[in-house]
Design a binder for this molecule. Structure first.
Ligand SMILES: [Zn+2]
Length: 532
């Protein structure tokens, strides 16, 4: 229903533009199209001129290294940069303290740019050094590279905004952060709360070792993240254990039950858990214990049936131990499905931009790290990855809650080459490159692609129309979005609070000071590259 209204609105909008500006009426070769190649070159050149600006943002966010829901310094910094550059920013949106929405411009199209901002536990790592050497032992860090995507989006948005102002192009730019992506923690709430209600297209960006864009459903999974908490009865474990009922026993029985059940699940499923609370000391029967599961599958019905199996096993474990159990959804992600026409347009821009020119030093770092990890010593990617059709049978794998967004509005993810191939992921090694020239060049290349694709959307209204017809007539013809979060669920904003409180005072000493140093490597006194 909503989309019908939307398409009518769009048609009216296009007609209005056509009558007001007769030269733009013919869709084949409107004046707008003739401007496009030159404006793309101009945007790319401007992104090149902003290299220091981009690099400083990448380095600054790297030095904050904040975990999901606790991206306090990160969001403060980005909001400051956006306001300085003329964006209006609303902070603390949807009950999430570190979430914000920045907007500039007016009218259609509404182009929405997102990228994740959170780090990985225990991934603290000095950049530019090809072995494990944390800045602070045990502290979090950017072991995924989420310190780079906002720099891509903001640089691109500033370049495009300047062109829109001069050329008087109608359109609205919206920027937002993927808060707590590692917890699949917020984007389903952004959808539920209406962030994408009036959006035409979402251009998401994510770090990678390749320059790549995809359409359709790739090899990732969707998931639901749920914590089971068991309540038992404490007792002296030596004197009167028969009077106790162990919540930890229930957790262990649930895990054993799940691991037996695993044999009889589809091979596409992936599920994993951590015990978040397991009692206090051995001589007190644990009255409280929790286990946190991620249930991953390829589509909503299968994710939902894993959740039901988990719930049934949790109840059975409670029955076996005479404890009680409750559970809470901590996050969710639909499988990602990306928009074909927009991916095709972006792929052309990737070919035009090409890969960064890697230096000898960049390759030395990459090979040194690959050697350290006993991975194939092939260095960095040197060619843009070709756009391929999606796999006939997706195998499953990682998740990003951009999936929920991708089932709400036409969405694609720009993967830009800021990292080294062949790394384990969610690991200190994935942080090594992320505040080095390697990451900086990848972010600049990504910002060019992002800016050029934004110009496509601004100057080729037919691309927006094609994006919506793919979304309506192909992607969502049979599959309708049903959220995995319920209307009563709330973002789990308390997660990681204690961890960040523990490490932040030490981490603060290492924040990047752009007023005194050109780069974070310089501030840390790391010579680039440092390899064995
Ligand atoms: Zn990520």
């Amino acid at each position: 229903m909503r989309h019908d209204r939307r398409s009518l609105f769009r048609l009216v909008a296009v007609l209005a533009v056509s009558t007001a500006v007769p030269v733009a009426a013919a869709p084949r070769s409107p004046a707008a199209d003739r401007r496009l190649p030159a404006l793309k070159r101009e945007a790319a050149a401007d992104v090149d001129r902003m290299q220091v600006f981009t690099q400083q943002m990448v380095d600054t966010l790297f030095s904050f290294g904040e975990l999901g829901f606790q991206e306090v310094e990160t969001s403060r910094h980005l909001v400051g940069v956006l306001r300085e550059n003329g964006f209006q920013v609303k902070e603390g949106v949807y009950g999430i303290p570190t979430a914000w929405v920045a907007t500039w411009g007016s009218g259609r199209p509404v182009i929405s740019l997102g990228s994740d901002i959170d780090g990985i536990p225990k991934a603290s790592q000095k950049p530019g050094i090809a072995w494990h050497t944390p800045l602070i032992e045990g502290a979090p860090g950017h072991g995924e590279g989420h310190n780079s995507g906002q720099a891509v989006n903001i640089t691109a948005a500033i370049a495009v905004k300047k062109i829109m102002e001069r050329e008087r192009l109608p359109g609205t730019l919206v920027l937002w952060p993927g808060v707590a992506e590692e917890l699949l923690g917020t984007k389903a709430y952004f959808v539920r709360e209406g962030l994408f209600k009036d959006t035409d297209v979402v251009l998401f960006s994510h770090v990678d070792s390749e320059m790549k864009v995809t359409w359709g459903q790739g090899d990732g999974s969707g998931l639901v993240s749920v914590e089971y908490t068991f309540h038992g009865e404490p007792a002296h474990a030596g004197v009167a254990p028969w009077r106790g009922r162990s919540a930890l026993d229930a957790v262990e029985l649930m895990d054993a039950g799940w691991n037996f059940r695993r044999e009889h699940l589809r091979t596409e499923q992936r599920s994993h858990y951590v015990i978040t609370r397991g009692g206090d000391q051995p001589n007190v029967v644990p009255s409280l214990a929790s286990v946190w599961y991620y249930f991953r599958e390829l589509d909503y019905p299968h994710i939902h049936s894993l959740l039901e199996a988990g719930n049934a096993i949790a109840k059975a474990a409670a029955a076996m131990t005479e404890t009680t159990v409750e559970w809470r959804i901590l996050g969710a992600a639909w499988p990602q499905h990306f928009n074909r026409p927009v991916a095709e347009a972006m792929s052309e821009n990737m070919k035009a931009v090409g890969m960064p020119s890697w230096s000898e030093a960049d390759q030395t770092l990459a090979k040194g790290l690959q050697r350290e990890l006993k991975a194939a010593e092939k260095g960095l990617e040197t060619a843009v990855t070709r756009l391929e059709p999606p796999p006939a049978e997706p195998k499953g794998g990682g998740s990003d809650d951009i999936g929920d967004v991708s089932w709400t509005v036409p969405t694609i993810t720009l993967l830009y080459p800021s990292n080294i191939p062949g790394l384990p992921g969610h690991h200190w090694a994935n942080a090594v490159a992320m505040a080095t020239p390697l990451a900086h060049k990848g972010a600049t290349a990504g910002a060019k692609v992002q800016a050029m694709t934004m110009l496509d959307l601004l100057l080729r209204p037919e691309l927006v129309a094609q994006a919506w017809s793919y979304f309506r007539d192909v992607q969502t013809r049979e599959t309708k979005y049903t959220p995995l979060i319920g209307p009563q669920d709330v973002p789990a904003t308390w997660l990681n609070r204690e961890t960040m409180e523990r490490y932040r005072p030490d981490m603060r000493k290492y924040y990047f000071d752009a007023t005194r140093y050109k780069t974070y490597l310089e501030q840390l006194g790391v010579s680039y590259p440092t390899v064995r």
